[in-house]
Write a protein that binds this ligand. Structure first.
Ligand code: NAD
Length: 260
């Protein structure tokens, strides 16, 4: 008996990086990850890879900022599987610029993917979780849910906001056996981070190596990147929790960059 036997888990942004690893790990422990991503080709490829390894998976096209697209994606999952046990709200982007010239359009885009996306997917899944009297919701926060960095105003603001959303859901969801928690990774080498290394080097006037050593990993205990596997460990821990005891929490996985 595996921890996620029979569990249906929507993972947004699961066609790449951290979400993809979470999907693989859920499948490896008997669950069915639903790969919900803006990029349908990549989502289909991820689902196909999981099936090739003997797991079950299903890809749905979903722009998490679009109410109709979220509702349709969730309806398709319900039509196929009849329930949703786990939501990992993970889709996200990064845009780095100084606050003084941050374009309003970029601010709104980032806030929308992280916060509207978390809200819309949560609301759509909750109806089914409440009906089934079971649900595990995990938001992908960041060390930036607790800490700030230069050049990341909307990201830091949005990631702090997810902790508020998780706490409200922890209170509202309890009577329906729905828990809500946040996982807060340090820097992980995914396309999202690879893109911002040259961008930060340019904005800060330093080399890419200096961005890694003096910005990204400076405050870690061992100068080491967090891995997608490390983050998946924490997500699966929350996803497998057996009662309402573990709810409304946020867990930092960052090689000690941020210590609570
Ligand atoms: P990634 O770029 O590898 O993957 C992000 C995925 O989200 C992509 O597949 C992309 O297509 C999808 N996506 C983007 N916009 C979307 C939308 N509107 N609707 C649906 N899907 C969309 O990034 P990642 O590093 O794996 O990041 C995943 C999450 O982890 C993000 O929320 C990010 O903020 C968070 N995070 C990442 C790091 C890190 O260092 N990489 C650290 C802390 C937190």
């Amino acid at each position: 008996m595996s921890r996620f036997d029979g569990r249906i888990a929507i993972v947004t942004g699961a066609a790449s990086g951290i979400g993809k690893e979470i999907a693989f790990r859920i499948a490896a422990e008997g669950g069915t990850p639903i790969i919900a991503d803006l990029n349908l080709d990549a989502a289909n490829a991820t689902a196909a890879e999981i099936k090739q390894k003997g797991g079950d998976s299903f890809a749905v096209a979903m722009n998490v900022t679009d109410e109709d697209a979220v509702e349709k994606g969730i309806a398709d999952v319900i039509a196929k599987y009849g329930k949703i046990d786990i939501l990992v709200s993970n889709a996200g982007i990064q845009i780095v610029k100084p606050l003084v010239d941050f374009p309003f359009a970029d601010w709104k885009k980032l806030m929308s993917i992280h916060l509207d996306g978390a809200f819309l997917t949560t609301r759509a899944c909750l109806r089914h979780m409440y009906a089934a009297n079971y649900g595990r919701v995990i938001y992908m926060g960041s060390v930036h849910s607790k800490e700030a960095s230069k050049l990341k105003a909307p990201y830091v603001t949005a990631k702090h906001g997810l902790i508020g959303l998780a706490k409200v859901l922890a209170k509202e969801g309890a009577e329906h056996n729905v828990t809500a928690n946040v996982v807060c990774p340090g820097f992980v080498r995914t396309p999202l981070v690879d893109k911002q290394i040259p961008e930060q080097a340019k904005e800060l006037g330093i080399t890419e190596d200096q961005v890694i050593k003096t910005v990204m990993l400076k405050d870690t205990v061992d100068g080491t990147f967090t891995t997608t596997d490390d983050v998946a460990d924490a997500v699966l821990y929350f996803a497998a929790a057996r009662s309402n005891a573990l709810t409304g929490q946020s867990l930092v996985v960052s090689h000690g960059w941020y210590m609570q």
